[in-house]
Every structure is written in C-alpha cells, then in structure tokens.
Write a new protein. Structure first.
Length: 271
C-alpha cells in the first residue's frame, strides 16, 4: 500500500512537473514574442509615405505626360520604395522650390543629385545609383567667333571674360564652374533659369552663348527635337559626378537611408 502510494505520488509530481514545463514554454514564447516586437519597434522604418517633387521632362530620367509619370530614375525609385515598404507620393512642384522644401521637410526625396558639402548639411545622400556627365552647348556662330572654345581651358577663360551663360541656379556643375559663377562680372552677364527648354531657347536665339546640360539627356533631346540639332556640344566633359538620391534629414532617419542603400545594392546586383 505504501509502495503504491509512493508510485501515485511520483506520477502526480511528474504530472505537475510536466505542467510546469509546458507553462514555462508558453511563457518563454510569449516573452520572446514581446521582445521581438519591442526590437522591431525600436528599429525605425521608412515613413509610410515618401514625397517626391517633379516638374517637367528630363529624359531619360523622368517623362511626364497627362496620364503617367515614368522614366529610368522614377522606375528605380518606385522599386526602392516597394522594397522599403513606403508609398511613393509624386508632387507637382516648380523646381525653384524643391531644394528648399527638402531642407524644410516639406518633401522627403529628390533624385538626380550630385553631392556637395552644403547640401549634406540638411540632406542624406544615398549610395550612387548612376553617374552623370555635364557638357557645354553652344550655337555654331559662337564657335565661329571663338574657335578656341573646343578647349576646356579656353572655355573657362572666355566664360570668365565675355561669354553669356545660362544655367540652372540650383544646379552643381563642378567646383571649377561653381567658383566661376560666383565672380561678380560673371553674375552680371549670366542668365539663371530653372527651365531647361528656356535655356536652350536662349542659345538657339543667340541671346546666350552657352548652356550646361546632362550629356545623356541632351543627346535624346537631339533625337526628339530636330531644332536642337543645329547646336553643338563642345568636345570635353565639363564635370563628371556620381549621382545620388537626396533625403531630407527633417523627415528621414539614417536607418531608412540604410534600407534604401540595401535596395539600391540589390537592384544594381540584378542589372
């Protein structure tokens, strides 16, 4: 009888032990789940929506029609936004506002950006996703007057002394041109215009001697707009640069930038 009681007690205790073991497993699972949730909440994600301003065609990077907004840079950004779990919100906006609105946090993202220390004060820069070559466009009559313009050194000398240039006031065309355009005599002669077609029109009408353009973009424009074919590209690179996405430090966390970089690496690995 005593022996049977001990066996019964042993079974009871083992049952209790088993119950405690199961309970502990459930409790541990709950704790681990809570911990994972806490970790996920601590790691900041990209915003639910990321706002990108646009204004006009800049082939091949953006093409704007009544029905769609597409282009190589836009499609790349759409893929990145899908990877990081953010909705891309496209905002029609004058180019003159875009950089200031990025600095103030009214928009989150700009594309086609070259790095400068001044911009890095208020914006993150992604890893480069392409490169850009800027070239000088002139009317043939300008080359007739100044045949030495085929030299980069001669271009900078003449641009400093007498040529009338038109360019994007927010554009960066390299440190050498940046120094040139700060000269007071150059500022008095220069025509700063945001709209690329207006700049080209000034050169076509010979009201400006030169403008600065992205080489890939202008070669497409030559194909699509025959009137531009009379203009000439000077035979040197004004500036070559890596091109980045710019993200507002007001609205985008560094962790989100890292996620965007991971997506860019993945996309480049497939191309």
């Amino acid at each position: 009888m005593q022996s049977g009681g001990k066996r019964w007690l042993g079974l009871l205790l083992c049952g209790i032990c088993g119950s405690f073991t199961a309970a502990e497993a459930v409790a541990q699972s709950v704790v681990e789940g809570v911990a994972q949730s806490v970790v996920k909440s601590v790691v900041k994600k990209c915003p639910v929506q990321i706002r990108l301003p646009y204004n006009s065609n800049w082939l091949p990077y953006i093409k704007v029609t009544d029905e769609t907004i597409t282009g190589s840079d836009i499609e790349l950004i759409r893929q990145v936004m899908q990877d990081v779990g953010s909705e891309l919100v496209l905002l029609s906006m004058p180019e003159s506002r875009a950089l200031n609105d990025l600095e103030s946090g009214k928009v989150d993202l700009l594309f086609g950006a070259s790095y400068t220390d001044a911009r890095a004060q208020f914006a993150w820069f992604s890893k480069p996703y392409r490169h850009e070559v800027d070239v000088v466009i002139v009317h043939p009559m300008v080359l007739q007057r100044y045949p030495e313009l085929t030299s980069k050194t001669a271009f900078f000398d003449l641009a400093r002394r007498k040529l009338i240039g038109t360019f994007n006031p927010k554009g960066f065309y390299g440190a050498q041109f940046e120094q040139l355009k700060q000269l007071e005599v150059v500022q008095h002669r220069s025509v700063a215009i945001f709209d690329a077609e207006q700049r080209m029109a000034l050169v076509l009408s010979q009201r400006a001697d030169f403008t600065l353009v992205d080489e890939a973009s202008i070669r497409l424009s030559f194909d699509e707009q025959p009137m531009y074919q009379q203009l000439q590209i000077l035979p040197f690179e004004l500036y070559r640069a890596d091109i980045h996405l710019m993200l507002s430090k007001k609205t985008i966390d560094a962790t989100c930038v890292e996620q965007i970089n991971q997506s860019l690496n993945k996309i480049r690995g497939r191309s």
